[in-house]
Design a protein around this ligand. Structure first.
Ligand SMILES: Cc1ncc(COP(=O)(O)O)c(CN[C@@H](CCCC(=O)O)C(=O)O)c1O
Length: 399
């Protein structure tokens, strides 16, 4: 019998799939003695274990077998009601997702047609590029500066380009840690509305601000401008992963009713619904446990960001620069042109420290002399040792 060559069997969509650099690196960093600045992993020692244990048992007491039964694709109503009330929209405009990663995949499936132009930041979250790839987008990179998306450049770009979608992470951006100012947000909402560009606002870190003032989301600014959720061209993706725990895979999308209805159809074909039990546990935690957890996490991540920046100042070579995040989990390092951080990772891991090379965060290539560092899941001692080891690696590479 002829041996089946699976490479020949993959569909065009299948052929467009590639591995996540973050997931691949996480395998290396499993070694216990490696200090990892790679994955955007929430600090496990901060997980509210007792509260979750109690929530799980009270959910089983309250709902009985229904907590373990199939449930609706739209999601657990009490959870949708809580999410909707935060931005004063009807629960019908909220769709629960199995992680915001699923939201990105289903939004790609229902919105991106072959060759559609998708505007992305340079660099952007590589997981979005991975989710969108099978649907055949034509990526265009938006110019960015220290303040994130350059709106003057975008205004010029939209004069000559018809774009379908604009994907962005306005708060504490993955991977740069940058935050888009209120002034730029207003311009972005107005400009995209004028040009009929759909905006995907991906905001898993928005609650984790440790310095500076809160800034309204693009979604909230659009609500004001478009008079309600069904007239808004902005789609908002939120997640419980970084403000509670990532392993329960609970997130959501806020969007116009027509889009939510299409997402429901896509989700039916993907996983029927997000795990019933997990949604009910999250719904127990959002009232009291989550606000306290957010306070704890912000304080720890803010302190760890300060530690990391102080250690970089002390141990990194001249000519190496980094962003200064106001929240979230990441900062972005730029090394002198000509030094490629992808081969550098191996030498860093030999010194028991890991990071994510920057190149995979660029949709159209470039960024070889950059890297992403996460400060969320290493304690101060590990940050000091890891940054010192990374500094030695950089000194050696630049010698
Ligand atoms: C901008 C942005 N959008 C969506 C996600 C996915 O988060 P969830 O699916 O809601 O947990 C993430 C999570 N990214 C982390 C987690 C991925 C790590 C992993 O693959 O385990 C990271 O970049 O390291 C994100 O940063």
């Amino acid at each position: 019998t002829p041996t089946l060559r699976w490479e020949d069997a993959f569909s065009p969509a299948g052929r467009r799939l590639s591995s996540s650099a973050i997931r691949e690196i996480l395998k290396i960093t499993q070694a216990p003695d490696v200090i990892s600045f790679a994955g955007g992993l929430p600090a496990p020692e901060l997980f509210p274990m007792d509260a979750i244990r109690q929530a799980a048992s009270s959910v089983l007491d309250r709902y009985g077998p229904a907590a373990l039964q199939y449930s609706t694709t739209e999601g657990h109503l009490p959870l949708r009601e809580w999410i909707a009330a935060r931005v004063n929209i009807p629960p019908a405009n909220v769709q629960i997702m199995t992680g915001s990663q699923q939201g990105l995949d289903l939004l790609g499936k229902v919105l991106i047609g072959e060759g559609d132009v998708v505007l992305v930041e340079a660099p952007t979250y590589l997981g979005a590029l991975q989710s969108f790839a099978p649907y055949g987008p034509r990526y265009l990179q938006m110019q960015t500066d220290e303040g994130g998306i350059d709106l003057d450049a975008l205004e010029e770009q939209l004069k000559t380009t018809r774009a379908k979608l604009l994907y962005c992470v306005p708060n504490f951006q993955n991977p740069t840690g940058r935050t888009l100012s209120l002034e730029r947000r207003r311009r972005l909402v107005e400009l995209t509305a004028r040009h009929g560009v759909i905006v995907l606002e991906d905001d898993p870190y928005g609650s984790l601000r440790f310095t500076g003032e809160e800034i309204p989301s693009l979604y909230e600014l659009a609500l004001e401008a478009c008079g309600g959720p069904d007239g808004s061209h902005v789609v908002y993706s939120g997640s419980f992963s970084k403000v509670l725990v990532p392993g329960l895979r609970d997130a959501w999308v806020q969007a116009a009713l027509s889009l939510v209805r299409k997402l429901v159809q896509a989700k039916q074909g993907a996983d029927l619904h997000t795990p019933t039990f997990n949604q009910m546990i999250i719904a127990e935690l959002v009232h009291d446990v989550m606000p306290a957890q957010i306070g704890r996490v912000k304080a720890v991540y803010g302190a760890r960001a300060q530690t990391m920046m102080a250690e970089m100042k002390a141990h990194f070579p001249a000519g190496v620069t980094h962003t200064v995040p106001q929240g979230g989990m990441f900062l972005w390092v730029t090394v002198p042109e000509g030094l490629d951080t992808t081969p550098l990772l191996e030498r860093a891991v030999a010194r028991k420290v890991a990071f994510v090379p920057g190149a995979p965060f660029y949709a159209l290539g470039g960024g070889e002399n950059t890297m992403r560092l996460s400060f969320s899941s290493a304690n101060d001692g590990q940050i000091a040792r890891g940054i010192r080891a990374l500094g030695e690696t950089l000194h050696e590479a630049l010698a």
